[in-house]
Design a protein around this ligand. Structure first.
Ligand code: ZN
Length: 365
């Protein structure tokens, strides 16, 4: 894979490549954009192109060959989920005393280090930043330029402060890349020391054309729906599991109708029966709650007079009907109730219980 395979955001990609070609890569940059926009892919493509041993030219700019010794090892990091799972599994197998001091890092090339949020809290931790500090001032062994890629911007406080020290005195031979869905959660002092490159959502027509080419099994109406639900993010659109989402949404609609109608709770109880505790139940529940929150957002959009922004594009008629039967205050109260269910889930309440409580405790219209 090289830059020519990167989908969308061509202007931003070009700017980044020109910076690389001019030898002006910053010591720190924030790559921001929605989930699935390709932030991680772009960061790795940059590391690859900067270190390729036999670079090629594409679109008039330097690009990676994809097969030299440096490229090959960096390519192994593209499968982030797999590498992450391997690192976590390796730590699980350690003795407890070692486990405590082991931080999750991914390194398939000695000079390209990937720093993902460390589980279970899924935050970047001090130990991870310390490891970066211990390495970053050493010259890269096999790369022209070392890369340190933080895959999220959720830092523990001490970790962020520690990172700030690196940004105050960055080495010349390395680039630190912070991937962020929400740069405002970074310390202002970190933001001010790093250039920001933004990857935006793709226009609906571009996503639609992409889906038509890559996912021919989808009908036109389904492409529109997927494009809207993926919020214009390429990665999410291409990997979007539509049948799964529709199943969650079906349940979410039951919750919605139950809380609206003269409630016949038997339907709801049958549905929540299938939402049991445990990992699988947790995934199902959060999938359903997410679908429900999208439905509530759509109801608000209809109320606000902007039905064109509704994300469940195939349900506009039904949602309009529901919206006319409720007030915006009701929708907002329902959204708050949903937040409480999610908070309750995080505290590990019995899930089916808090779901039933949600639907039966909604305000009367
Ligand atoms: Zn190469």
């Amino acid at each position: 894979m090289n830059f020519t395979d990167f989908l969308g955001n061509q202007a931003a990609v070009r700017r980044l490549r020109e910076t690389l070609a001019a030898g002006r890569l910053p010591s720190a940059m924030i790559l921001s954009g929605p989930r699935g926009a390709g932030k991680y892919t772009l960061a790795l493509l940059l590391a690859q192109a900067a270190n390729c041993l036999t670079p090629i030219t594409t679109d008039g700019l330097p690009d990676a060959c994809g097969v030299c010794a440096n490229c090959e090892r960096i390519v192994a990091s593209f499968a982030l989920d797999e590498r992450f799972a391997e690192a976590v599994a390796a730590r699980e197998e350690m003795r407890d005393v070692d486990k405590k001091d082991t931080r999750i890092l991914i390194q398939t090339h000695p000079d390209v280090m990937i720093i993902p949020p460390d589980p279970p809290q899924l935050l970047i931790k001090l130990g991870q930043v310390r490891t970066v500090i211990a390495r970053i001032y050493r010259r890269p062994a096999q790369a022209a330029r070392a890369f340190y890629i933080f895959t999220a911007s959720s830092f523990m406080k001490e970790a962020a402060n520690s990172l700030l020290k690196v940004l105050e005195e960055p080495p010349e031979h390395a680039t630190l890349i912070l991937l962020s869905e929400n740069p405002s959660e970074l310390l202002p002092t970190i933001r001010s020391r790093a250039g920001v490159l933004r990857l935006g959502a793709l226009p609906a027509a571009e996503i639609d054309a992409l889906l038509a080419a890559r996912r021919p099994e989808l009908k036109a109406i389904e492409r529109t729906l997927v494009g809207r639900l993926a919020e214009g993010a390429v990665g999410r659109a291409l990997g979007f599991d539509l049948p799964e989402y529709l199943a969650y949404r079906q349940d979410a609609l039951i919750v919605l109708h139950t809380s609206l109608a003269e409630p016949d709770y038997s339907v709801l109880f049958r549905m929540t029966e299938s939402y049991r505790a445990g990992a699988e139940g947790a995934i199902k529940t959060s999938g359903m709650l997410h679908a429900l929150s999208l439905l509530l957002e759509d109801l608000l959009l209809i109320h606000s007079g902007v039905p064109a922004l509704v994300r469940n594009t195939d349900l506009v008629k039904e949602l309009t009907r529901i919206a006319h039967g409720v007030t915006p205050q009701w929708i907002e109260a329902a959204s708050r109730g949903l937040d409480q269910v999610e908070a309750g889930m995080r505290r590990n309440l019995l899930r089916s219980l808090s779901l039933d409580a949600f639907a039966t405790s909604l305000p009367v219209r």
